[in-house]
Structures are given as C-alpha cells and as structure tokens.
Design a protein around this ligand. Structure first.
Ligand code: FHN
Length: 480
C-alpha cells in the first residue's frame, strides 16, 4: 500500500492525514482554538490572550480575505518530470524517490535570472490580493533566504540572492502583507526523523537527534521572523508521528515570543482535521483553520479559516499540467469562501526562471478586473445572513452609520428581471448595482425582498447588487 501511494503526493498527504487524524474526514467541528471571541487556550508558557486582543491581532487578516500562495524552490527545476513521468511537483524528491546526492545537484542549477520581486508583488496587488505567503522552506529543506545555520540555501546556488529579503521589500512597496510558509517536515536535515521509507536502507539515522532538529527549526524561524517580519507564519508538514502536540505548543510559544503580533495557522500543532483543515477539540494551537483544495459547505460561526487552493493541479511548477481552473471558477470560489466567512489563499507555482506561468498571470489579471469594481463586497465582510441563495452568494458588512449592507453576488441572472431574496431581516432602505451605483427598485414581501434588476448582468463572472438595511450591527460581531 505504501509504495502504491508514493506516486501521488496529494494522495500521500490526504491518506496519511486520514490515518493519523483518525476520523479526520468527519465534518469539521466548529472549535475555536483561539478563534474569534475566544481567548487562546494557551498552556503555561504564554499569558492567555483576551478576545479583544485576539480580534485586534487578527483584524488585518480578516479584512484582507484574499491572498497569494507561492510554492517555489529547487523542485521547480525538473518542472514535474522525472524519468518520463510528468505528474511530480514540490514532492518530487519523495514521489520520484530521488536520493539526496542526486537531488542536491539542483543547487547548481537554481538561477532564476528573470525573478523580479516587484513584478510578483504588483501582480498580487492588482489581483486584489492583500497578502502573500511564500515557501521559505518546503519539505525538501531548501531555504529561500540567506540562512546562517544551513548551507542548503539560496546562497549555495548560482543565484546567490536573498529571495525573502527582496520579496518582503517589494511587498512593502505594493502594500501587500508579506508572509511565509515553513515546513516542519524536512527531508534534508540529518536530524529530522523519520527518513523516507524508500531511503531508510541507504540513509542512516545514526546520530540523528530530533531535539537538535527542533533547535535548528527555531534558529531558522528566528532568522525569518526577525529578518523579514512575516505577518503570518503558515506552518505545514506537521503530520508525522515525530512531531507532537507538546512540540507544537512549544513552537507556537516560541514564535509568538519572537513577535507577539504574528498570526500562526493551525498546522503548527496536531489539531488539524486532515484536508478539511479545521482545528479539533483539545486546546490545539493555531489562529485559523486550513481547509486544503476544498471549501467548507457552510460558514463556521466563531472560527477563522482559510481555504488554500492551486490554480491547476499542482502546488509547485509542473510544465505538463494544463488543467487550469477558469477565471470565473476562481472568482466564484473567492465569493463562495467570503460568503462563508473565510479567506482564500490562491497558489502560484513559478517557473525555475523566476516567472509566473502565463496562464496564472491571465487569471490573476481577470480576477483583478473583477475586484477593481467589486472588492467592497469581499474585503472586511462577514458571512451571509441568508445562507446560500440558489442564484449565487451573499456577504454582509456593518456600516459606520449603523446600517448593514448586504452584497448579493448573482451567478445566475434572473430571466424575469426579479431577484428574489428570502430570509432578509431588517428594514430594507436602498438597493443598487455595486458597479456604478445605479439605484434599483425593490419590494418587501413576507419571505424577504424582491429587487427589480436590469435585463442583463453587468458582469458574467458575478454581478453584485447591494441592499442596505436599517439594522444595527450584530451584538457580538460574530464572524459569520
Ligand atoms: O505536502 C504539502 C503540499 O506540498 C503543499 O505545500 C500543501 C499546501 O497547503 N500542503 C501540504 C499538503 O497538505
């Protein structure tokens, strides 16, 4: 069984999480571990955070709603291909069973001469992405910055430029919050255990010291947090048995000790419900849940979460992967996620020369055109108060004048010119087209509100209609 799943990384992770998390595929339980309104259930080591302090720390992230994920490193060089098989990506050292000595040869080939951090940051901003999470170190152990505690870093390549330093500076210029992904699992460091199954016979564990690895992990995180000030530390690779709940708590305390304002996902600890990503009961650490390649069916009241997804089928660059999601699909996923109170982290796998795939740029620009006219219906919104309408999705925002503004994202335009919204509570005051502000007539009825809409939608991806209600903000500013 083990061998048969070694070829499909997503399956590897999915199954290993399924096995390790015992029943992890059950519906995510809404367990705020430090979620909105709840003090973090921290064990001894850090003072408990008050709900108000937690809200203040999470505020920019909740407002942001939309970020860019970047998976980039040595694994971009083979472009997903190895000995005739073309379905590899960032897992290629594992999925193609490449011995360390052979994999390390990529060091001498990493020279992304077309890397322009300003271009990357600008593409993120223009797409409407408020933050950017890049792999500082993925499972292969390669560091994208000038690490003083490792020779397996970008300074050991012909490129010899500190990618995190340059990209963090570019993000600051574009007002995009710089963040980093960091893998706990490390297939390169001699002290990390376990070894990959297929290399156990050839890669001794003699002298391996996992506690010494934890010290190395902390040293690199200290370099990242102090050197590049990430807004989020997006941990990953926490699922192997060698990483424990106690280690997760300790690492969470350590990083928060480096920067009290940093936001940390739930993969620092052992509480993640598999690919559904939410945090289970038991005082596990993490400021937000991390559904992967999926969107929860419903919003989860009181819990912060972020769905991360690829644009095609792979996280790292795969030249053979042509299964790109459409711009319409990506915009509607952003809307669906926002309508359930979550954030969307959309991934790019750059090429080895430092450029984004053309198909990715095309989609980023298409999303950006939609966001140019409609971002007010995404940024700083809360989950729908009317569930999931058959014609599309809804988000809401509390206005400074005490009113509530509903945003109706219409995917299926009504053919009779009547948009019927059920479940609306509060006195309707005004309806408009968000793009352009044209006022629309509406009528209240027993089940809600009917809005007279133009014969054709203004935007085929999603046309947004606003409805202002004379309704005070909800008592507890619940996230959903
Ligand atoms: O194994 C990784 C995978 O390569 C990728 O980084 C995703 C992104 O969230 N995380 C793990 C799979 O769950």
């Amino acid at each position: 069984m083990a061998d048969s799943i070694m070829k499909t990384p997503l399956l590897i992770v999915g199954l290993s999480l399924l096995i390790l998390s015992s029943g992890c595929i059950s519906k995510p339980t809404a367990t705020p571990s430090g979620g909105h309104g709840q003090p973090s259930k921290v064990e001894p080591g850090l003072p408990a955070e008050t709900p108000a302090a937690h809200d203040a720390r999470m505020e920019w992230w909740r407002e942001a709603r939309f970020g860019m994920f970047i998976h980039w490193g040595l694994y971009a060089i083979p472009a997903g291909e190895w000995k005739g098989k073309t379905d590899h990506a960032e897992w290629i050292r594992e999925s193609a069973q490449i011995p360390l000595a052979e994999y390390d040869q990529f060091l001498g080939q990493f020279n992304p001469v077309k890397f322009n951090p300003d271009t990357w940051a600008r593409l993120a901003r223009r797409a409407g992405m408020k933050y950017l999470v890049i792999t500082s170190k993925h499972h292969d152990g390669f560091a994208l910055w000038d690490s003083k505690v490792s020779d397996f870093d970008v300074m050991a390549t012909p490129f010899q430029r500190d990618i995190l330093k340059e990209l963090s500076a570019a993000c600051r210029k574009e007002d995009v919050r710089f963040c980093t992904y960091h893998s706990i699992m490390d297939w390169h460091h001699p002290d990390y255990l376990p070894r990959r199954n297929w290399e156990k016979a050839t890669r001794s564990t003699d002298g391996a010291d996992f506690d010494r690895f934890r010290g190395y992990l902390k040293s690199q995180l200290q370099e990242i947090v102090s050197g590049y000030n990430p807004g989020v530390l997006w941990f990953d690779g926490e699922w192997e048995d060698t990483w424990t709940h106690a280690m997760g708590q300790d690492l969470d305390d350590y990083v928060r000790g480096l920067n009290k304002n940093i936001i940390i996902n739930n993969r620092v600890d052992k509480g993640r419900h598999g690919m559904a990503g939410q945090t289970k009961e038991g005082g596990f650490r993490g400021d937000f849940g991390t559904p992967e390649q999926e969107i929860p069916d419903q919003g989860i009241p009181g819990v912060d979460w972020e769905s991360c997804m690829t644009m095609n089928r792979h996280w790292g660059w795969n030249a053979a992967d042509t299964q790109w999601k459409s711009t319409e699909d990506l915009v509607r996923k952003l809307i669906d996620i926002a309508s359930k109170g979550g954030n969307f982290l959309l991934n790019i796998g750059p090429r080895p020369d430092g450029t984004f795939p053309d198909q990715a740029i095309e989609r980023l620009e298409g999303i950006g055109h939609w966001m140019d006219k409609n971002s007010d219906s995404i940024y700083g919104t809360q989950a729908s108060p009317v569930g999931k309408p058959a014609w599309g999705r809804c988000t809401q925002k509390q206005r400074s004048n005490g009113q509530t503004r509903l945003f109706f994202h219409v995917f299926d335009w009504p053919t009779d010119g009547k948009l019927v919204v059920t479940g609306v509570t509060g006195k309707p005051l005004k309806a408009t087209l968000l793009d352009g502000g044209k006022k629309l007539k509406f009528a209240e009825n027993a089940s809600g509100v009917t809005i007279d809409v133009p014969g054709k939608p203004g935007n085929l991806l999603a046309t947004v209609i606003t409805l202002d209600l004379a309704k005070p903000a909800p008592a507890d500013r619940n996230r959903n």
